[in-house]
Write a protein that binds this ligand. Structure first.
Ligand code: UT7
Length: 334
């Protein structure tokens, strides 16, 4: 069966840097609290609606296509992972198809939040392995800042999230190239309401929301039971890593670089400790970008590659956990 390789990668970040001290000015929080609990020093927030989820995705995708040496007519399929799409419908994948001038290829939107990139990688791998497609554009992009409540009321969520996009071009491997070795995907919907934005959706429509806001909490803001999510994240991510290692007949000592979804530096540290890995083998950039959800892994991969920390031939492990709950992992030879 054909293997899937990552032929190109790229990222895009809005210019506007929001530091913890900027947040201190608009809510009751402190640089000390944010750094101690999350590791985050600053994040990027789109200013004045200068970007959209799909526009950032397109910019990241262009870089990934350039690195892969591919043009618009070479792309056979688009997968777009996001929890913050441009529109309620249609999805953002079709906007990428339009704005990058791709042929009338299929465009699939994935709604798996922080695990969206891992899910996308696994889905793309199946299409390439079976020979249905040769080159797939996979994008993870988030425009969080528009929905965050920028006051003390929203502080437990707002300080964590950042905007940005990452993309990869996945292609059929040539002779001798290894690429994706194993992936896994999981969900546990009984905890769907532990991390969510409730509406507007069919469960709660706009007029209901407007009515409710007069009485209390607006339900179109993100809600997270932080402690509960944290406890599950530090259990599920190691489980998923072990699963892809077992499927490949490898051990954690074989991993050259681990890139965990950037949810919280303390979560990454606990996953690292679980496998007794050295600092050089785990890549984190949440300190400067916050949690960019579906964008976090491809943005981190791009940065690690640009800094020479991720090299061709490395055994790379990726893992994510988030809303749904959904989680998963991927093991690949980069
Ligand atoms: O990517 C998707 C998956 N997401 C995650 O994996 C996130 C998982 N959860 C977390 O990262 C952490 O739970 C948080 C960073 C969200 C919160 O950290 P925590 O250590 O669990 O804090 P907490 O929620 O237990 O809150 C501790 C205290 C509370 O005050 P009291 O009740 O002890 O007086 C909060 O009101 O900290 C307060 N607090 C804040 N204080 C200053 C909450 N947010 C803030 C804030 N600034 N921004």
């Amino acid at each position: 069966m054909t293997r899937t390789i990552i032929k190109g990668l790229g990222s895009f970040l809005p210019d506007n840097v929001v530091t913890n001290s900027d947040l201190e000015k608009i809510m009751d929080t402190s640089d000390e609290w944010i750094q101690e609990r999350t590791g985050i020093k600053e994040r990027r927030w789109i200013s004045n609606r200068s970007e959209t989820t799909s526009s950032m995705g397109c910019k990241a995708a262009k870089k990934a296509m350039e690195m892969a040496g591919l043009g618009p007519s070479d792309i056979d399929f688009v997968i777009f992972a996001t929890l913050s799409p441009d529109y309620y419908f249609p999805g953002s994948g079709v906007l990428v198809q339009r704005d990058l001038g791709l042929d009338n290829v299929g465009a699939l939107d994935l709604r798996n939040q922080c695990s969206g990139f891992i899910y996308g990688l696994s889905v793309a791998d199946q299409f390439i392995k079976t020979g249905m497609y040769k080159n797939i554009l996979l994008i993870g992009s988030e425009f969080h800042s528009g929905a965050l409540e920028k006051s003390t009321n929203g502080r437990s969520v707002t300080v964590i999230f950042g905007d940005g996009a990452g993309a990869v071009v996945l292609s059929a491997a040539e002779e001798g190239e290894k690429g994706i070795i194993s992936t896994c995907m999981h969900s546990q919907g009984e905890h769907a309401e532990a991390l969510m934005i409730k509406g507007p959706a069919t469960g709660v429509w706009v007029d209901e929301l407007l009515e409710k806001e007069n009485y209390g909490e607006p339900e179109w803001r993100p809600y997270m039971n932080g402690n509960f999510v944290f406890k599950h994240a530090v259990t599920r991510m190691p489980e998923a890593i072990q699963e892809v290692l077992d499927a490949a007949g490898k051990s954690s000592a074989d991993i050259d670089l681990l890139i965990p979804h950037q949810a919280n530096l303390r979560i990454s540290a606990m996953v690292q400790k679980h496998f007794n890995m050295s600092d050089e083998k785990v890549f984190n950039n949440i300190q400067h970008l916050g949690n960019t959800t579906a964008g976090s892994i491809p943005i981190a991969m791009t940065q690690a590659f640009e800094e020479g920390k991720l090299k061709r031939g490395d055994l790379l492990c990726l893992t994510a956990f988030g809303s749904g709950f959904t989680w998963g992992a991927a093991l690949l030879e980069f």
